[in-house]
Write a protein that binds this ligand. Structure first.
Ligand SMILES: [Zn+2]
Length: 51
């Protein structure tokens, strides 16, 4: 049983905000990115968990 590769970490470059999302779940990384970006004007990046 390996780790599920479909987990992505959305992290903010401008504050300590960070959220890990399941790519197969209801919440999409893009949704988290857009929501936080709209609320704060911050820049976020998405990376794979475990790399
Ligand atoms: Zn932020």
């Amino acid at each position: 049983m390996g780790e599920d590769p479909a987990r992505l970490r959305v992290s903010c470059r401008d504050c300590s905000f960070e959220q890990v999302v399941d790519a197969c779940g209801d919440t999409k990384p893009a949704d988290v990115l857009v929501e936080h970006g709209q609320q704060t004007g911050h820049t976020l990046s998405v990376s794979k968990v475990g790399e």
